[in-house]
Design a protein. Structure first.
Length: 149
């Protein structure tokens, strides 16, 4: 769903609409330091090589979506997605962009969203009013936002 000039002129039209941002493997790989990403309907697989003292070691972390696991941190402006770790022993290999909370991990998705053309088309004054509402996995990561009052 796109934004229309009429909607931008009348902000009240936007309050009821949900905007879908389609994030590809490339968007996610850019914010995860070039790690390989595999997306499916039931999990995200993140793989790469961790360099060690005696060589490199391959790793793979699988993350599953959690119900009601999105939030916006008002003071920092971070929009966070949380996932359940299916391979908790591999969490130590995840980059610092992930916040680890027990066997769950959270990721600020705004760096990836800000790379999309749709986000660039939203006026600067309206961008802070975007609030994440949900997400869905498929062959891409679909993140849904609403405008807050």
């Amino acid at each position: 769903m796109g934004l229309f000039v009429e909607d931008l002129l009348n902000f009240s039209h936007l309050l009821d609409k949900e905007i879908e941002f389609l994030l590809t493997k490339e968007h996610l790989s850019n914010i995860l330091n070039g790690l390989e990403i595999e997306l499916s309907e039931s999990f995200i697989a993140i793989s790469g090589k961790k360099r060690g003292f005696l060589g490199s070691k391959k790793f793979e972390v699988r993350l599953a979506p959690l119900e009601n696991s999105v939030k916006k941190e008002a003071e920092t402006g971070r929009q966070i997605l949380c996932f359940k770790a299916l391979t908790p022993s591999s969490l130590k290999f995840l980059p610092d962009s992930f916040e680890k909370i027990g066997e769950n991990v959270c990721l600020d998705i705004m760096p990836a969203v800000s790379q999309t053309g749709l986000y660039q088309s939203i006026p600067q004054k309206l961008r802070p009013k975007l609030t994440i509402s949900r997400y869905r996995l498929s062959d891409s990561l679909k993140v849904y936002f609403k405008f807050e009052k």
